[in-house]
Design a protein around this ligand. Structure first.
Ligand SMILES: NC(=O)c1ccc[n+]([C@@H]2O[C@H](COP(=O)([O-])OP(=O)(O)OC[C@H]3O[C@@H](n4cnc5c(N)ncnc54)[C@H](OP(=O)(O)O)[C@@H]3O)[C@@H](O)[C@H]2O)c1
Length: 265
């Protein structure tokens, strides 16, 4: 069993509660471990129940924290609202929301089926907007709360041959910065996490291979957690990815096109 850090934010009687979408694997699961070390009650959301239950078992066993799972396909219309209702019906008060679930698509724009783009946009943009809006209202009422929206370094540029994905992350980053501005006066901290390539199941899901130089999800999560808790606006784990942000957009765009262009094009 892993020993818990004592969180300065821990409520006197109850545990703080964190809801993490896409918490069954990759960056989301590593973030869940960081919260667990601080003794948070964890609520995990994903579309696959089996993977969720596996994550729950591991967290409960290793960190001795309460874990609940919510099986929802957030790429489907109305599911984010239903998730919110289910969490409320179970009597949870969410102190921290992590909008992490996301998928990518790779290929020539005209070749990618529209249904895939639609699912990506629902999951990467609509679900975080719905959940931010609903939980923000409650957090404003309590004058406290934190929201972490997982964007990407792809948010800083266009992404040829992965156009919808990069655009969705640009949307989420811009949205996050705007809501952060509004939320300050209500005592709520809204932050953006912009990881570079990270070694998770993300690329396999997009029918691709994890690029060389990818960071481990564990390193991404521990860096992100520390800076999120300090209220940093934009968090980019990894010095090389922070430096890459300074590179001219035209060059980065050409590099992405070169890397992602299908072999046949
Ligand atoms: N890996 C990278 O290089 C990288 C870089 C920058 C940003 N990011 C971002 O980081 C976030 C996490 O990605 P990851 O790399 O950790 O990938 P991952 O290991 O594939 O994890 C994705 C998580 O999202 C869940 N998910 C996928 N589709 C879902 C749906 N329709 N409804 C609900 N949950 C769903 C997955 O569980 P189920 O499949 O069971 O639903 C899983 O828990 C994403 O927003 C991604 O865009 C990743």
């Amino acid at each position: 069993m892993i020993k818990c850090r004592v969180s300065s934010e821990m409520k006197s009687n109850n545990r703080m509660q964190v809801l993490i979408t896409g918490g069954s694997s990759g960056i989301g699961l590593e973030l869940a471990k960081q919260f667990a070390v601080d003794g948070y009650e964890i609520l995990l959301v994903a579309s696959n129940e089996e993977r969720l239950l596996r994550a729950k078992k591991m967290l409960t066993h290793q960190y001795s924290v309460p874990v609940s799972t919510y099986t929802f396909d957030l790429a489907k219309q109305g599911m984010a609202e239903r998730l919110y209702e289910a969490v409320k019906a179970d009597g949870h008060v969410i102190d921290v929301l992590v909008n992490n679930a996301g998928i990518g698509t790779i290929g020539a724009t005209e070749e990618i089926p529209l249904v895939k783009d639609e699912a990506l946009m629902m999951l990467n943009m609509m679900a975080p907007v719905v959940l931010t809006k609903l939980f923000l209202r409650e957090m404003y009422g309590r004058k406290t709360g934190r929201i972490l929206n997982v964007c990407s370094t792809g948010a800083y540029q266009p992404g040829p041959y992965t156009a919808t994905y990069y655009a969705s992350k640009s949307f989420l980053l811009s949205y996050t910065k705007a809501v952060r501005f509004e939320s300050k006066q209500h005592g709520v901290s809204v932050c953006a996490l912009c990881p570079g390539t990270t070694d998770t199941g993300f690329f396999t899901r997009a029918d691709s291979k994890t690029p060389k130089g990818a960071m481990s999800a564990e390193k991404v999560a521990s860096y992100a957690y520390k800076h999120f808790m300090r209220g940093k606006a934009e968090i980019i784990p990894g010095l090389s990815f922070r430096l890459m942000k300074l590179c001219p957009v035209s060059i980065k765009t050409a590099v992405v096109a070169w890397v992602k262009r299908p072999k046949s094009s």
